[in-house]
Design a protein. Structure first.
Length: 169
């Protein structure tokens, strides 16, 4: 990768129904991602529909943000199909809805075959750390890859190529 400075928008699969990043899910978060400083990032403002208690964001929505940015870190840096095997979340401060948030994720160096470790954070506009998480992602085995629809394989292969081109700038 040649993209060492600046914010580079990352492509997405169009008409995808993923709750977190899909453009075709009417109740989804519609997250978009960019590469910056060796991390995958997403800026988002949660609405009152994402509250758990009064004006505080629901913890499950916050963990979804972390899981998704960690997933996109794997997509961006490993270009592999995977599943989240396990995840840990630490809620450090209350997260209010209606305020700008930045979610960041990065893949950690890992010697394990077939798996990788990923970390993520959620910060507010002042840079205060609000939530952090860690996950272990497992790459799909040949057997599991065989059960993935061919159309999704094709879409992901195109996405990997588009990411490679975006980061080669």
């Amino acid at each position: 990768m040649n993209a060492s400075t600046g914010r580079i928008p990352l492509p997405k699969i169009s008409a995808y129904r993923c709750f977190a990043c899909g453009t075709a899910n009417p109740i989804g978060l519609k997250m978009s991602f960019y590469y910056e400083n060796d991390q995958v990032c997403s800026d988002i403002v949660l609405s009152e529909n994402h509250a758990g208690w009064e004006t505080t964001a629901h913890g499950g929505i916050l963990s979804t943000l972390l899981d998704e940015v960690m997933g996109w870190a794997v997509i961006t840096f490993r270009r592999a199909l995977f599943v989240t095997r396990k995840m840990e979340v630490r809620y450090l401060r209350p997260v209010e809805v209606g305020v700008p948030l930045t979610v960041r994720g990065a893949v950690e160096p890992s010697p394990e075959q077939g798996r990788c470790k990923v970390k993520a954070t959620i910060s507010d506009a002042e840079g205060r750390l609000l939530v952090r998480g860690w996950a272990e992602m497992a790459y799909l085995s040949e057997k599991r890859l065989a059960s993935v629809p061919e159309k999704l394989h094709e879409k992901m292969a195109r996405l990997f190529e588009q990411i490679e081109q975006a980061l080669a700038v």
